[in-house]
Design a protein around this ligand. Sequence first.
Ligand SMILES: [Zn+2]
Length: 143
Amino acid sequence: MGGQTSIREGLITFLISSFLIVSLFAYSFFNIVSENRQLKEELSSFTAKEEMKTSESLEEEISNIYILLEGQSSHIRTIMNMAIRNNHYETPHSAEHHGVSCPECLAIYQEVVKTTPNLPGYNGEHFNKFYRLPVKEAIKNAN
Ligand SMILES: [Zn+2]
């Protein structure tokens, strides 16, 4: 009888311990899965935030680069105007004063306007106001 009891007790102990082990596995598996899900959610929100931050800073950087280029093109236009003016007096051109009123200078400015594409922002407004429109007006008046 004692042997049967100990076998039964052993079996029960074995069943209980295996049940505990299986439950423990199930519990840890559940935890791992839910932790994994939480991590994934956290990671995805973090990635979205990081992407937003990156794209914002990228736009800012590109806009800053464009501001630098605007300054540089303004500087280049100043040098170009000086070169056209020097060319007017050194050649010399037929008109008394340099600028779009002089046919030879107008030909140079016309080439500049033709080769310059439409520019966005302040740079484009400035170019249209001081180059594109005066050249257009001068050509209209000449004809
Ligand atoms: Zn000229």
